[in-house]
Design a protein around this ligand. Structure first.
Ligand code: TXA
Ligand code: MG
Length: 315
C-alpha cells in the first residue's frame, strides 16, 4: 500500500507539543509516549478521529480503546466511580493502572471508543508528554499502543516509525518508556477486583491498596477485555519460550547471567526486564536469525505481565 502521509519524528518540547495539539484538534491521531508504551492518541469525543486510529492500526473495531485523562475531574465526567474505584484512583493515579467503569450517558465520548460496551477504560498517565498533550488539546485522548494491530508494542519512537510510517503525521519523541509493558487493567466490582490484563501494578499491590481480593480474568475474558486475544505482540518469527540455550539459527533473549544475544537484565531485575522486553523482541525480529528463543522469567511481580506478553508473542 502506498503512504498517505510522511511521518515526522519530533523531539518533545513546547513547539512540537503545540503542533501535536493542533493536529489532535483537527481530528488527526498523533503518537505520544506514556510511561508504559507509546500510544496513538486522538480526540476521544470525535468519531472521525477515533476511526482514524482504528484505520492506522488496522485494528478490529470490536476492540475498545483506553481513554486518557489529565486529572480526576476529567475522569469523573466520563465514568461513574464506585467507592472502590475512587480508592484505586487515589492510590495508583497518575500511573500504569486502567480502570474499567460504567460509562456516563453524558460523557460525550464517541461510541467507537467503547465499541458499544456499557463500560469505558480510563487511565490517568504519569508521563509529562501525554499529560501535556491532553491539557493542550483540551480533550480526553483515546490511545491504544502505537503499532499495527497484533504486532510488537512500541517503547521507543523508532518502533512507532517502523510500524506506522506513512500512516500517521507525527510522533512525539521523548526517549524510551520507563515501565515497558502496558498498563494493568482492572474492573472494580462490589467485593472484589477483576484483573483483566496484568501490568506494572501487580495483584499484590492492588490487594494491599484496596483490601479486596483480586481475581484473574473474566467469566468470559474475551468479552471483558476483547483485546486480550491469544495471539498478540507477535514478531514475524516463531518464538520458543523457557529456553536455556540457543539452538541453531535462534536469537536468544536472556534473563540473568547467561550467554545470549540480548539480555533483558543481567542482574535478574524484573523491572529492568520489563522495560527492555519489547525492544528485545524488536531487535530479535530484525536480526538475521530465523527463530526467537526466550529464557525463563520468574512468574512473580511484574514478571507475571512479562510472561503474559511472551505467551501471546509465542501463540
Ligand atoms: O499502557 C497502556 O494501557 C497503553 C498506553 C498507550 O496507555 N495502551 C494500551 O491500549 O495498551 P491497547 O488498546 O493496546 O489496549 C487496551 C486494552 C484492550 O485489551 C481492550 O480490549 C481493553 O483495553 N479495553 C478497552 N476498553 C475496555 C472495556 N470497556 N472493557 C474491557 N476491556 C477494555
Ligand atoms: Mg496494544
Amino acid at each position: 500500500a502506498h503512504s498517505a502521509f510522511s511521518t515526522k519524528i519530533c523531539r518533545y518540547g513546547t513547539e512540537s507539543l503545540r503542533e501535536a495539539a493542533l493536529l489532535i484538534r483537527a481530528g488527526e491521531p498523533v503518537a505520544v509516549p506514556t510511561e508504559t508504551v507509546y500510544g496513538l492518541a486522538a480526540d476521544a469525543t470525535d468519531s472521525n478521529a477515533v476511526a482514524a486510529i482504528y484505520s492506522a492500526k488496522g485494528r478490529p473495531s470490536f476492540n475498545p480503546l483506553i481513554v486518557h485523562v489529565a486529572d480526576r475531574a476529567m475522569a469523573e465526567g466520563l465514568a461513574h466511580f464506585s467507592p472502590h474505584a475512587e480508592k484505586l484512583a487515589e492510590y495508583f493515579w497518575p500511573g500504569a493502572l486502567t480502570l474499567v467503569l460504567p460509562v456516563r450517558e453524558d460523557s460525550g465520548l464517541s461510541p467507537l471508543v467503547t465499541a458499544g460496551l456499557p463500560t469505558v477504560a480510563i487511565r490517568l498517565p504519569a508521563h509529562p508528554a501525554m499529560r501535556a498533550l491532553i491539557r493542550e488539546s483540551g480533550r480526553p485522548l483515546a490511545a491504544p499502543s502505537a503499532n499495527r494491530s497484533g504486532s510488537i508494542s512500541p517503547t521507543r519512537a523508532e518502533h512507532v516509525l517502523a510500524s506506522l510510517n506513512g500512516k500517521i503525521r507525527m510522533i512525539l519523541d521523548e526517549g524510551p518508556t520507563s515501565e515497558g509493558v502496558e498498563s494493568t487493567i482492572v474492573a472494580p466490582e462490589t467485593d472484589r477486583i477483576r484483573l483483566l490484563r496484568p501490568g506494572p501494578v501487580t495483584a499484590a499491590m492492588l490487594e494491599e491498596a484496596s483490601g479486596l481480593p483480586v481475581i484473574a480474568g473474566g467469566i468470559n475474558a474475551q468479552i471483558e477485555a476483547p483485546g486480550q486475544m491469544e495471539s498478540h505482540y507477535a514478531p514475524s518469527k516463531p518464538v520458543r519460550l523457557h529456553a536455556l540455550k540457543a539452538e541453531k539459527n535462534e536469537f536468544l533473549i536472556g534473563f540473568g547471567l547467561m550467554p545470549c544475544n540480548f539480555n533483558l537484565s543481567p542482574d535478574a531485575d524484573l523491572r529492568e526486564a520489563a522495560a527492555n522486553l519489547f525492544a528485545a523482541l524488536h531487535l530479535a525480529d530484525a536480526s538475521a536469525a530465523n527463530n526467537i528463543a526466550v529464557a525463563p522469567v520468574p512468574e512473580e511481580g511484574i514478571g507475571i505481565a512479562i510472561n503474559d506478553r511472551l505467551r501471546r508473542a509465542a501463540a
